[in-house]
Design a protein around this ligand. Structure first.
Ligand SMILES: [Cu+2]
Length: 381
């Protein structure tokens, strides 16, 4: 768990003035940036005269925002633009799967004392994004996570475990190395403009990996919870990615690949498996105030290396580091709504997205995703 001091600092953090926050983000992210990319274009960008979002018409702003179907997903901002984003995610997992086959609770209980039956995960994510130049966008994001898992025992008893707290703090830098949104977006050809982005994320292990709760027998006190109930990875994680973005007058489309790799082992003697993520979406502008999108995500998650010595992998499949990996393909549909705005009060956007699995192949028994809901609000200023 984070100390109260950290929470206080964080809440104080977001109320500080823009200039200070900008320095903090730059100071934190510039070392990553400097090691990854040449510095020249940043300095050139910073020396350009400042421009103001109020220079853009409402329609031009919306054209830019078509590029971002997610509140905190990969997208960029113009120089000196700020975005404050909040995203709520709810995910329901229901029933177990082994490979691609659904299996019953009784099947799981043939090999284990306890079977997980379902799980809900809720995340409140707060993020701040800033365009350092038209080509470089920085982001800081912190999730607050609430998890709940239901179980059944061999003897027929049922119990629920809960965990709650901050997750891992994420910093990222997104660099446009091909194409230029400001130059091209307002003169879109039928099949352009096209942009390629490089993305580097660093996850700081602020989330707990020592969540405990009562299990089937509460008289034994609170016990260490299995891997999927923990709130963080416990390691510094690097996630480099590459994104392609295209746009025509009424359509926008995206394809992205991101690899998340864990650096070293955490204090509980394990590291989560690497995650290979590909994502693509297609968005269609319906009116100036509304766009619809469809998104497909593919994930390959490797198993955990090492093991938390406080967990017994023969008791319940969630405590087995060799039963966490899997492949999945999910489909989601969503809507982007631009709030009624005037020339002064512009830049608010709401995203609502629902998703469900198309394909799961899990190193099980493992709970599989049933459905998810994302609701987000972004304020660009
Ligand atoms: Cu943003």
């Amino acid at each position: 768990m984070l100390t109260d001091g950290f929470k206080e600092r964080f809440s104080g953090f977001i109320t500080l003035r823009r200039n200070f926050f900008r320095s903090v983000i730059i100071a934190t992210l510039l070392p990553i940036w400097v090691t990854m990319f040449p510095l020249g274009s940043t300095l050139a960008g910073a020396a350009e005269p400042q421009h103001d979002l109020t220079d853009l018409s409402l329609e031009e702003l919306m054209d830019l925002d078509v590029f971002s179907v997610n509140v905190l997903g990969t997208h960029t901002h113009l120089e000196d633009e700020w975005m404050l984003g909040y995203q709520y995610m709810f995910m329901s997992m229901d029933g177990n799967r082994n490979g691609t086959q659904k299996i019953s609770d009784q099947d799981v209980l043939k090999d284990f004392m306890v079977a997980p039956t379902n799980m809900t995960t809720q995340m409140h994510m707060i993020g701040v994004m800033h365009g350092l130049s038209d080509d470089l966008t920085l982001m800081v994001m912190l999730p607050y996570i609430k998890k709940s898992m239901d179980h059944i025992t061999k003897a027929g008893g049922r119990f629920t475990t809960d965990s709650e707290g901050p997750g891992d703090l994420k910093l990222s830098a997104t660099y446009t190395f091909y194409g230029n949104v400001k130059r091209d977006a307002f003169h879109a050809t039928p099949w352009g403009p096209h942009r390629l982005l490089l993305d580097i994320g660093l996850s700081i292990p602020t989330g707990s990996i020592d969540e405990k709760d009562f299990l089937a027998n509460p008289t034994m006190g609170k016990k260490q919870l299995p891997y999927p109930m923990q709130l963080g990875s416990g390691t510094f994680d690097l996630s480099p990615g590459m994104t392609y973005l295209g746009q025509s007058e009424n359509w926008a489309w995206m394809a992205e690949a991101v690899i998340t790799s864990r650096l070293g082992k955490n204090s509980n003697n394990y590291r989560l498996g690497n995650l290979y993520h590909i994502s693509s979406w297609l968005a269609r502008k319906v009116t100036d105030a509304l766009s619809l999108f469809i998104e497909m995500d593919g994930d390959i998650l490797e198993n955990i290396e090492g093991a938390d010595p406080a967990l017994n992998p023969t008791l319940v499949p969630t405590a087995d580091p060799g039963r966490r990996g899997g492949k999945s393909v999910d489909l989601s549909v969503g809507v982007n709504i631009y709030l009624p705005a005037d020339e002064v009060n512009k830049g608010h956007r709401i995203v609502i997205e629902g998703g469900f699995p198309l394909y799961d192949s899990l190193d099980g028994p493992q709970l599989n995703m049933a459905w998810m809901l994302n609701v987000g609000w972004a304020w660009t200023f």
